[in-house]
Structure formats: C-alpha cells, structure tokens
Design a protein around this ligand. Structure first.
Ligand SMILES: [Zn+2]
Length: 283
C-alpha cells in the first residue's frame, strides 16, 4: 500500500546554486496554472530548459530553485497569464497535474508551483511594505528594508478515520464525485495541537466524541500549501449527526460493505486500507 507523494523527493537538494543544463525541468507558471508540453492525448510532460529557452525564454522571467543531486537544477519561471502560448504548450490547473504527470516529475512540479505561488504572493514584505528579493542561500525571500526573511507557509490539515471495531465513519463533502465517500478532515487552527484539531473537527462534523487518537501517515498536498496529517481515532460516545453546512452526508459503514472510496493514491484510501488490514490481523 502506498499513496501519492509519500516518498521523499529523489535527487533533490534545496540549494539555489546550481548550473543550468539543457535537460533541466522548468516549472513555468501562468498565474496559478502550470505549463506542460506535448499533446494531452499522449503523455504531456514538464518542459525542459531547452524547450523553455527556445520557445518561451525571451518573454518569461525565470530563476533557479534547487539543484538536483544527479546534476543540473530545477528552474521556476513565470509566463504572462494573458499571453497566448506557442503550439504544443498547455496551461493546466495544479489539481490536473495529479492525473497528467508521474512521480518524480509530479513532485517537482508540485514543489515548484508551491514555491511559485509563494513568490507571486510575497513580492512585498507584509511588515513594512518593502520590496522583497530572493534569499541568498535558502528557498525564501528577504526584505531589504526591514531585513525580515519570508518563507513559504505550510498549512497543516488533519484527516481522520473514526473506527469502532468492524465499522468506520465515512463522509461525503458536497464537491465529491457522485457515490464517493471520504474521511473527516479540516484545517488546524491557531493554538491547536494536531490531536485537539482531530477532536474538534470530528465533533463539529459528526457530533461524535473520539479517543485514542493515533498518528498514521502524512502527505504533502501543495495545492497550494497543505500538509495532510492522517490519524485513526476510536469512537468513544455520541450519536452520529452530520453537520449539513459542511457535509452532504456522514454514516457508519461495515468494513464488509463499503461504498465508493477515494482514489487509490490518496491518503484517505491509504488510511482506510491500513485500518482494514489492522482489523483483519486483529491488531
Ligand atoms: Zn520589511
């Protein structure tokens, strides 16, 4: 069992001091979209520096983001959002990259767009309003006026499987595809531990009380900046009552008769599969 983005980025070092080569991947952002090259009907790919320099170069702004330990670097570039693209190039919403690219290219693309999103939204210092410039050594921006360093912000989110022996709680958010159920999830709020967030979100979404909150796995979800933290939580008390402002439905399901579940590479599916395996083992 595995899930998307579980493995560390291969051949990757976060140092912006690399020599650029023709074959280096370039993450080109057009607004919040990412440019791919090649027909969608085939397998589109991240452009390489040679493609970028030949077809977009003079019109796009670029910078080195990181070096790849196998040699070369990862580049990040910005394409004017309103400008037409050359033939063979397409702008994709970040979520679509999950279906169009494979790891490790997908990991590079998601990291690049997360950093690109940060740069787009941190051109000026939030404290003094001064213009920011790239940090000399780190993936960060530096304010030359008040000397603050700004880093990409990560937003932790919890996702929880609520279990009670042979049954688990599954929920349906309104935006889910028809027939698909998932797990209780929500953003960590200021001043909360992850465990407190689990208790609060579960209570808010389902009116259930849970105990024995147990960390299982995490997944970077940089769309634009979440970190999903997955837990098991044991049912303790309460009558399942979904919060219909947030959810369309929430219900108990027996492990032997589960409905449509999230796709195989999601951490939600990983949590469900892991629980089934543990339960069957009698753990
Ligand atoms: Zn400043």
């Amino acid at each position: 069992m595995t899930y998307l983005l579980r493995d560390p980025l291969p051949e990757f070092r976060r140092t912006p001091l690399a020599v650029r080569s023709e074959a280096d991947p370039v993450i080109v952002m057009a607004g919040e979209k990412v440019l791919l090259i090649g027909p969608r009907s085939a397998q589109p790919a991240l452009p390489r520096w040679a493609d970028f320099a030949r077809e977009l170069g003079p019109q796009a702004e670029s910078r080195t983001v990181a070096s790849l330990s196998g040699g070369g670097s990862m580049q990040l570039a910005f394409w004017p959002e309103q400008q037409a693209l050359p033939a063979g190039w397409g702008a994709e919403r970040v979520r679509n990259l999950l279906f169009l690219l494979r790891e490790p290219e997908l990991q590079l693309a998601l990291l690049g767009q997360q950093y690109g999103h940060f740069l787009r939204t941190h051109r000026f210092c939030g404290a003094c309003g001064g213009a920011t410039m790239p940090h000399e050594k780190e993936l960060a921006q530096h304010c030359s006026a008040c000397k603050r360093d700004l880093y990409p912000q990560i937003a932790p989110c919890m996702i929880t499987l609520i279990h009670d022996g042979p049954r688990i709680v599954l929920t349906r958010a309104r935006h889910f595809p028809k027939g698909m159920y998932g797990l209780s999830a929500g953003f960590v709020e200021a001043g909360e531990s992850l465990e407190h967030c689990v208790l609060r979100e579960v209570r808010e979404e389902t009116a259930l009380e849970v105990k024995n909150v147990r960390y299982i796995a995490s997944q970077p979800w940089p769309m634009p900046s979440q970190l999903m933290v997955g837990f098991f939580a044991e049912y303790a008390a309460g009558e399942l009552t979904p919060d219909l402002e947030e959810l369309e439905e929430a219900a108990w399901f027996d492990l032997g008769s589960l409905p449509g579940l999230p796709p195989p590479m999601s951490i939600a599916k990983f949590l469900i599969d892991t629980y089934i395996e543990e339960f069957q083992r009698g753990a």
